[in-house]
Write a protein that binds this ligand. Structure first.
Ligand SMILES: Nc1ncnc2c1ncn2[C@@H]1O[C@H](COP(=O)(O)OP(=O)(O)OP(=O)(O)O)[C@@H](O)[C@H]1O
Ligand SMILES: [Mg+2]
Length: 454
């Protein structure tokens, strides 16, 4: 007979306590404790007692362990396809397109003859069918199962023996072994545990959709991210049509890989040349306060436009606004510009914006941000055919960056003629693009601005 335990669990981070607490000692959130009674699951203890340890040299691995999703951007993020028997978590904001991408993936897998069980805990079969019709998915191997109970799902997996299972979503599924409501920390943990056992023991790949909290973290306990093999976050501006898939944890591939998609009525489409997407709104004539940088998203270089606006402030203390770049990074760049370049910004408002709504959190963007601010303050322009790459140190020196070859190649392919690069990277050249190595921030400013402008 299973034991029944009761405990208080923080719904924000999963911290457990024997009694009620007003403030969570782990994540400092207030009023987040909920009483959850949990029956200690017996399946965990019973897990395959017949498995014996084996020598690493004796372990046989099947040849075809990765299966393509038929969506090449998704495959790239996964490290070359879905690994059989793995469990993948896809998390994202409401309405970003999580169900869409997994239904498209299911369609792609079904067309390769794989059997898929799509468990829809949030939408009815009819609603899913409407979406499938819109996406043009018709296949005999795709089973839609509107169900919220995990034990029923388990029974269906036994009966159908699918190759892939999609759970839409983990927050809407519940297990009878836990008495707390669906979406609570204990439920999520238990359901993920059961799904993990199914994946590992039956060699079924499980794709799980997860919600995110208000501050953008994956809802549920942190342990959820530890349990799964791959965590993929689905980002993007809901008001713009493009979406980004980013791998945050991957046991079978590179992390920080990014895939770019565009949302259309027919579903998510891969963006083959993302630079076109981010730069197409750019006016070709030179405007003070804009600079093009080459940021590195995973293994892919991406050209992004940085815009800055500098103007006299009407307020006692000037405003600094950063959109798409880290605020403290911006303050540091402003301090270096004041101290090492002699730019007086103490009475100026500074606004910095990354075009296209993406976040640039790479230090190699520093120089581009600094040049956008400096050119706007001096009312001069950076040549529109120049890209800027480099990290700025506190004494105004330019530090080297990684992956410069790939960045130069991408800039040359997009049609740029000149690149400002760190001096320490001066040996890296590209025949299609002129490189200008610079040691200090002040040199970079003079290299960008033509003498006629001064
Ligand atoms: N007819 C359409 N044309 C274009 N885009 C559409 C159309 N219908 C839906 N979409 C897009 O699909 C998105 C919803 O996708 P989806 O239902 O897959 O999101 P989700 O992440 O699963 O949402 P939820 O968190 O509510 O489950 C909408 O925000 C919209 O951008
Ligand atoms: Mg959905």
């Amino acid at each position: 007979m299973a034991k029944v335990k009761s405990k208080w669990v923080c719904q924000n981070c999963g911290y457990e306590s024997a009694g009620y607490l007003g403030k969570c000692p782990e994540c400092s959130s207030w009023g987040s404790f909920v009483e959850e009674s949990q029956q200690v699951s017996e399946n965990t203890a019973m897990l395959a007692n017949d498995i014996k340890p084996s020598l690493i040299t004796d372990i046989q691995v099947g040849k075809e362990i990765r299966v393509s999703t038929n969506i090449s951007e998704f495959d790239r993020i996964l490290g070359g396809g879905l690994v059989q028997g793995s469990i993948v978590l896809i998390a994202g904001d409401p309405g970003i397109g999580k169900s869409t991408i997994l239904l498209q993936t299911s369609g792609g897998l079904a067309s390769q003859g794989k059997k898929i069980l799509y468990v829809s805990a949030e939408e009815s079969a009819g609603q899913l069918k409407l979406r499938a019709d819109r996406l043009g998915i018709v296949n005999e191997n795709l089973y839609i199962y509107p169900q919220t109970n995990l034990e029923c799902v388990k029974a269906q997996i036994e009966e159908l023996q699918p190759d892939f299972v999609v759970i839409d979503s983990i927050q809407a599924i519940y297990s009878r072994t836990v008495t707390s409501s669906a979406g609570s920390v204990s439920q999520i943990r238990e359901c993920c545990n059961i799904l993990m056992q199914i994946a590992k023991t039956k060699n079924i790949t499980v794709l799980v959709i997860g919600h995110v909290t208000k501050d953008g973290n994956i809802a549920g306990p942190k342990v959820l991210e530890h349990m799964v093999d791959t965590v993929i976050s689905f980002e993007g501006d809901k008001y713009k049509s493009y979406r980004m898939l980013r791998s945050m944890k991957n046991r079978f591939g590179n992390t920080s890989e990014v895939g770019i998609f565009e949302m259309s009525a027919n579903g998510l489409k891969e963006v083959v040349n993302p630079n076109q997407l981010f730069l197409n709104e750019r006016s070709q004539e030179n405007i003070p306060g804009t600079a093009i940088i080459v940021t590195n998203e995973g293994t892919r270089p991406l050209l992004v436009e940085i815009q800055a606006l500098v103007g006299a402030t009407p307020y006692p203390s000037p405003r600094r606004v950063a959109n798409g770049v880290d605020f403290s990074r911006l303050l540091q760049i402003l301090a270096v510009l004041e101290k090492r370049v002699g730019l007086n910004l103490s009475k100026q408002d500074v606004y910095v914006n990354v075009m296209g709504g993406i976040d640039v959190d790479e230090p190699s963007a520093d120089l581009g941000i600094a040049l956008a601010i400096a050119t706007c303050a001096r009312d001069v322009v950076v040549d529109s055919q120049t890209v800027i790459i480099g990290e700025i140190g506190l004494s105004g020196e330019i530090h080297p960056v990684n992956n410069l070859e790939k960045r130069l190649n991408e800039a040359a392919m997009t049609g740029f003629k000149k690149a400002i690069i760190p001096y320490a990277n001066k040996d890296i050249t590209n025949p299609k693009i002129k490189t200008v190595p610079v040691k200090r921030l002040i040199d970079a400013i003079s290299a960008c601005i033509s003498p006629q402008q001064e």
